[in-house]
Design a binder for this molecule. Structure first.
Ligand code: UD1
Ligand code: UDP
Length: 382
């Protein structure tokens, strides 16, 4: 049996690995040893429950308010024994978290090949996003097989000297997950969300969690949101607040108690994706939302100075606005009052995938390890 060990630890990795894990588990000749670091706990478990993924190993490393070094040391020391015991043929990691980088490093120390899902995204700014830009780059240095979601990501890897036969453009598995999840007849379990009037109100979906935004920048974002609802009685904001205590506190302090702002706990993916599908626009510093919202035709204002996902910016559905409150207010107000501008941005585009990324990754693994002679047809736009 060919043994594959997917390793992941946070909510977005779990969502994006889920379609691939389900596909791998359905293969007769592949043994899947799903391992979670649990860098996130509750937010990871929500995804595991939804997709019915049962990890074989759970490192359970999360601590409240954990530092980057605590995550690094926790994962590295706990994964050692499992890799040594299982000796998989391939370790699969995803994206740019500390789990991703550290698991790849452990795989390298054990001389186990690494497959990197969502490889090649770059801002070329070491500190933005922090520490994700370097996590992804370092993982790229350690990886043997690079699953680039887009042509741009492939070109970035090529420029860094990765041989062409090690890169496959697959599309992003997040689109696989999204297409399996969005359902026009979905009914929210949370009564508060069920009573939202998406037809009469302009519902803004807000998320914020990036480490480089913690502190003053995040307060600025929330102050801007406060002013936006003050000036626009027809607007409702839904903010599923990340469990990072620093985010929780800032959100409560600046936005708590406002009638037009619903601060809710992190939503399970099905509820979240369907909320995104029904909202008016998205304000976020998330990476994944920049990929999902364009596919649903929702304009996104990105609360960051850089993005490693330029494709939807080029397509016109995503705009970088940073964290200056005046800029956030001005850009959001334009989308609330100028319907021409809104509809230009709300044209659904799908530069990130077609729902078949997991299938391409499986084929690429088979081809690379000579389990099949069939090369992969890469994901192409349009
Ligand atoms: C991590 C990733 C980031 C990714 C984000 C997705 C790193 C360095 N960062 O950032 O790339 O965008 O996940 O959300 O890998 N917490 C809980 N329960 C949970 C999850 C988090 O209580 O289920 C709290 C804990 O106090 C934890 C804190 O949030 O210490 C921060 O979690 P951590 O994984 O360190 O960083 P994120 O900001 O979530
Ligand atoms: N998400 C979710 N529930 C929430 C907020 C986000 O399921 O309450 C999903 C979202 O659809 C996306 C992913 O989580 O797929 C993004 O996670 P996050 O913003 O935490 O991380 P990033 O993408 O920035 O790494």
């Amino acid at each position: 049996m060919f043994k594959i060990m997917p390793v992941f630890g946070t909510r977005p990795e779990a969502i994006k690995m889920a379609p691939l894990i389900k596909l791998l588990e359905a293969q007769e000749k592949i043994k899947v040893i799903t391992t979670v670091t649990a860098q996130h706990r509750e937010m990871l478990d929500q995804v595991l429950d939804l997709f019915k993924i049962k990890p074989v190993y759970d490192l359970d490393i999360m601590k409240p308010g954990q530092s980057l070094i605590e995550i690094t040391v926790g994962v590295l020391s706990k994964i050692e024994q499992i890799i040594g015991q299982e000796k998989p043929d391939l370790i699969l990691v995803h994206g740019d978290t500390s789990t991703t980088f550290v698991s790849s490093l452990a795989a390298f120390y054990h001389r186990i090949p690494v497959g990197h899902v969502e490889a090649g995204l770059r801002t070329y700014n070491k500190y933005s996003p922090f520490p994700e830009e370097m996590n992804r780059k370092l993982t790229g240095c350690l990886a043997d097989l690079h699953f680039a979601p887009t042509q741009t990501a492939k070109e970035a890897l090529q420029k860094e000297g990765v041989p062409l036969d090690r890169i496959v453009v697959t599309g992003n598995t997040v689109i696989d997950a999204l297409l399996q999840t969005v359902d026009k007849s979905y009914i929210f379990q949370d009564e508060e969300l069920n009573t939202l009037d998406f037809a009469k109100k302009k519902v803004i979906l807000l998320t914020a969690h990036r480490r480089e935004n913690l502190g003053v920048r995040m307060e600025h974002i929330f102050q801007a949101v406060r002013k936006i609802v003050d000036k626009n009685p027809g607007v409702e904001v839904v903010f599923p607040v990340h469990l990072n205590p620093l985010v929780q506190e800032a959100a409560r302090q600046v936005l708590g108690g406002l009638e037009q702002v619903k601060l809710v706990p992190p939503l399970e993916y099905k509820a979240f994706a369907n909320l995104m599908d029904r909202c008016y626009l998205v304000l976020t510093d998330s990476g994944g939302l920049q990929e999902e919202a364009p596919a649903l035709g929702k304009p996104v204002l990105v609360l960051r100075d850089t993005t490693e996902r330029p494709e939807a910016v080029t397509a016109g559905t995503v705009k970088l606005v940073g964290t200056d409150p005046e800029k956030i207010i001005a850009e959001t107000t334009s989308l609330l009052v100028n319907s021409d501008l809104y509809w230009k941005m709300a044209a659904a585009v799908n530069p990130y995938g077609d729902g078949k990324a997991a299938e391409r990754i499986l084929q690429a693994i088979r081809y690379y390890f000579k389990l099949s002679s069939q090369p992969v047809k890469e994901f192409k736009l349009g």
